[in-house]
Design a protein around this ligand. Structure first.
Ligand SMILES: [Zn+2]
Ligand SMILES: [Zn+2]
Length: 397
């Protein structure tokens, strides 16, 4: 890309920096949980309208879509998520959450503010766009089940005009401040959750042979499920299996009737994902049958897909960012999940991480920590990188 274009985008991003930080703090003070992003989406819609955009509100719930029309080139979708988490904030900042028990601990306040900054930068540099840009502000990324992206897509967010490419970013405490961390191909996992209900037959703790002890069965199941990772899938394929909740029983001398196990399965390809679910189901049923217990195995049906960065789009995007002088680091995949994957399934694009870690400023706590803190100096990097990608990909060349 011409250096003059890069210069204009970078300068415009610097010019909106203060406003982006102030919007971010405003949203930070008023965090809203998944599907309840009413104030946030109203703020987004009014800002987009003030920039003269076509705005649709109530898209798939509280989602907002803004369109900036350019030439006859491609349509680039830029995505930000808006929801907060059920966490009581303990971060060392002056603009702490005013809502007890709710906090922007994943940085979605920053994503929303960054994307509003991009909207302003591109609205004032419209002549650089060869095509149109669609701003996708989504609810409920943290929901983990159906999420907010799918309802927006079902409500037509990617049509009229049809979106050709999607880009988005996430602030990341594991990456140094201002660094863009990227990866072609799968960058985040499909996060499947499972629940097993073991039905035995309870009785007196002194007479286990009269019972079918669901706690004993659960012990065997834990070994078998972890054995699946160790012995039943190729060692070269990434897979995380974690049992994170086990519940049963009430008292030291009562063998209970039931036990419930919950856990998560993380995979980076859809083939392994479906085969692991089948194997886990068979294994659980087999162990329970052998030990005389009954069981139900339940998988969350709407879990997010693998987040896949299109290799050729990523190669071009990284070349644009490298030429523009952004610090870049290629990373290993992250086994967390993201429903930006739903957009990327339908429009090839790239999702990347923006580092916010800064020891001097105390920005060292991980995403989802009650002390999560962002180095706000990086927000302008988020703005300029997304704006540049929109300009680059709006062209048909
Ligand atoms: Zn999160
Ligand atoms: Zn997040």
């Amino acid at each position: 890309m011409e250096s003059g274009i890069v210069k204009r985008i970078v300068e415009s991003s610097m010019a909106v920096e203060r406003e982006v930080i102030s919007i971010r703090r405003q949203i930070h003070r008023r965090p809203e949980l998944s599907y309840a992003e009413r104030e946030t989406s109203a703020l987004v819609a009014s800002k987009l309208r003030s920039l003269g955009m076509e705005v649709r509100t109530g898209v798939g719930g509280t989602g907002v879509v803004g369109v900036l029309r350019g030439g006859e080139g491609r349509v680039v979708g830029l995505r930000a998520d808006m929801d907060a988490l059920p966490i009581n904030e303990e971060a060392d900042v002056q603009f702490r959450s005013e809502v007890p028990g709710v906090m922007h601990a994943c940085g979605h306040d920053a994503h929303t503010a960054i994307l509003l900054g991009v909207a302003e930068v591109l609205a004032s540099n419209r002549d650089l766009l060869r095509g149109s840009v669609k701003f996708l502000f989504q609810p409920a990324e943290e929901d983990g089940g159906r999420g907010g992206a799918l309802p927006m897509i079902e409500d037509g967010a990617l049509e009229d005009p049809h979106v050709d490419h999607v880009f988005g970013l996430h602030v990341m405490a594991d990456c140094p401040a201002g660094v863009i961390c990227y990866r072609p191909g799968p960058i985040m996992a499909a996060p499947d959750s499972f629940r097993v209900r073991v039905r035995g037959r309870g009785g007196h703790g002194s007479k286990p042979d009269d019972t079918v002890d669901p706690i004993f069965v659960t012990g065997q199941l834990i070994n078998a499920i972890y054995g699946l990772r160790a012995r039943m899938v190729p060692q070269t394929r990434p897979l995380v299996l974690s049992i994170c909740s086990v519940h049963s029983g009430t008292k030291d001398n009562i063998i209970p009737d039931e036990a419930v196990i919950q856990g998560t399965i993380r995979t980076l390809d859809e083939e392994l994902r479906s085969s692991v679910k089948i194997k886990l189901g068979n294994l659980v049923r087999g162990v329970c049958e052998a030990l005389g217990a009954q069981c139900e195995v339940f998988f969350e049906p709407n879990a997010y897909p693998v987040t896949v960065n299109d290799p050729s789009v990523t190669a071009k995007a990284i070349a644009v960012l490298r030429e523009a002088g952004f610090p870049l680091v290629e990373i290993e995949p992250i086994m967390g999940g993201e429903d930006v994957s739903r957009f990327l399934q339908r429009a090839p694009g790239m999702y990347y991480f923006l580092g916010i870690r800064n020891e001097q400023k105390g920005c060292v706590y991980p995403n989802h920590s009650s002390r999560f803190k962002i180095d706000e100096d990086v927000l302008k990097v988020g703005v300029s990188s997304l704006a540049l990608l929109a300009v680059a990909f709006s062209s048909k060349e």
